[in-house]
Design a protein around this ligand. Structure first.
Ligand code: GDP
Length: 468
């Protein structure tokens, strides 16, 4: 009896799997962007708004979501996106931003969907699963390392370090080490540490291209040999030398770090949102914008149909069908500026498509705020009206206060931002454009109300609307 029972249960499990595969479509939505782009806030607010069917009027034209609920995710060994803790941070009496993304995590949201119109009359409700996969954009950029040898990568990485103020200390350390001499671990560390510090400083200064990505977000690999190397100028590399060892570690990084990420996570994605802190880059200056421009093409080339499959000899790499590039934190500027921000994003995406020679998924650009932290205000300033945003900011004593802020004007023509960046300008004319750090606003959400946002529903409609 026991055996019969167990066989029966086995059959049921298989049947469940088959049912799910046949009748319950699964959408795997990748959420990426460089650190601090807003991935954690985006996922938290998206899920909260979907669960409560909150402020999502633009989502689901041909179907009505009748229920949404969280379920155990299909991948047992991937960290679960800590939705409850992140939402608690944002909705606390003294709200604060949640802990940012440090590694891959996942969350499954399931919908009961009722088709509307004629179809609704003849078919019953369906179940659709949405698996949200959160991963650092830094790891995506590592794909560019795959076609490079250690020598090629070194040339590029050293040129970057020379072009950026943040690279000085690393270059100085480089001058003190003989890379042709026998490898010793203290020498390796004496280069890897300032190199890592430089990458972090460059990232903080607004540069996008700071590979290898795990040097910034090492997780459990911190301190391991695979993250203890640095670029070196060309020279002799006898057996046992530091140069030879660094080359070996670079190859190990590609094989042991980059490949598993693309195989286990990236290759299974069918929809993708790339969050971009375009306002942050504009604020950081022309060099950061130029870097962002380059990086967008690199990101897009990771999605070139079949590229990852070919590179890693993977069978069954999914085709990413839609990619949305979203400028985040649009609540930092008045809505009268939103169209200009979107135009800048559209120009960046158009250029990236050209540069990466990309033809594949449908792409789109938007400006959004996953969590709206400000309200708008128009003030009279010496006879001139100024469009401001007002929100909570830190008061420097552990508390908060209200502050209104004029962010300056974005140019009507995106070329006025992108051309000076390309031509190597070092500062913006006027330099009036600024960004302020707002804290999340206090919220009292009524039942069935999600957190306030800007165009999160439109982003969701582009990403998953056709599948509902
Ligand atoms: P991640 O590193 O990509 O996970 O980035 P987070 O989601 O942690 O966001 C980084 C920071 O950006 C947050 O701590 C906030 O300061 C800010 N931020 C993110 N999303 C928004 C938004 O929608 N509005 C505003 N005003 N700030 C945001």
């Amino acid at each position: 009896n026991d055996i019969a029972d167990r066989i029966l249960r086995g059959v049921e499990t298989v049947q469940d799997g088959v049912n799910e595969a046949l009748f319950e479509p699964v959408i795997r939505l990748g959420v990426t962007g460089l650190s601090r782009a807003g991935k954690t806030v985006f996922i938290t607010s998206l899920v909260a708004n979907l669960l409560d069917r909150g402020r999502m009027p633009q989502l689901g034209g041909s179907a009505a979501i009748t229920a949404a609920y969280l379920q155990p995710q299909p991948d047992d060994t991937v960290a679960r996106f800590d939705y409850e803790a992140h939402l608690a941070a944002l909705t606390a009496p003294d709200p604060h931003w949640p802990q940012s993304t440090r590694a891959v995590s996942e969350l499954r949201l399931s919908f009961k969907v009722q088709p509307t119109g004629l179809l609704g009359a003849i078919s019953g409700p369906r179940t659709v699963h949405l698996d949200i996969v959160d991963y650092p954009g830094e790891w995506l950029l590592d794909l560019g390392l795959m076609d490079k040898s250690y020598a090629d990568w070194s040339v590029q990485a050293l040129a970057d370090a020379q072009a950026r103020d943040e690279g000085a200390a690393f270059l100085e350390a480089l001058g003190c080490v003989d890379a042709g001499a026998p490898h010793s671990e203290p020498d390796a560390k004496a280069l890897a540490e300032p190199f890592t510090a430089y990458l972090n400083a460059a990232r903080a200064a607004g540069y996008s291209d700071c590979t290898p990505g795990r040097f910034l977000l090492p997780g459990e690999m911190a301190g391991s040999p695979v993250l203890t190397f640095a670029p070196l100028p060309e020279g002799s590399a006898p057996r046992g030398s530091l140069r030879r060892e660094f080359e070996r570690r670079f190859e190990a990084y590609k094989r042991e770090v980059v490949r598993p990420f693309f195989r286990d996570h990236f290759a299974k994605i069918d929809r993708q949102i790339v969050l971009v802190d375009a306002l942050g880059a504009i604020h950081a200056g022309p060099k950061a914008v130029e870097d962002l421009r380059r990086t967008m093409a690199d990101i897009l080339s990771a999605f070139r149909p079949g590229r990852v499959g070919r590179l890693f000899a993977l069978l069954g790499q999914k085709k990413v069908e839609r990619i949305l590039f979203a400028a985040t934190k649009a609540d930092h500027i008045h809505h009268s500026q939103h169209a200009r921000l979107t135009a800048i994003m559209e120009a960046l995406v158009r250029e990236a498509r050209d540069r990466a020679d990309y033809s594949g998924a449908a792409t789109s650009a938007m400006s959004i705020a996953a969590l709206r932290a400000t309200v708008e205000e128009t003030r009279d300033h010496g006879g001139q009206t100024l469009d401001l945003v007002r929100g909570r900011v830190a008061d420097g004593q552990g508390g908060s206060k209200q502050a209104a802020f004029y962010a300056g004007e974005l140019p009507q023509d995106p070329a006025h931002i992108l051309a000076p960046a390309r031509q190597g300008a070092t500062a913006w004319l006027g330099d009036e454009y600024g960004v302020m750090q707002f804290l999340p606003a206090q919220m009292t959400l009524r039942p069935h109300e999600g957190p306030p946002h800007i165009r999160l529903d439109r982003a969701a409609e582009f990403l998953i609307g056709d599948k509902l």
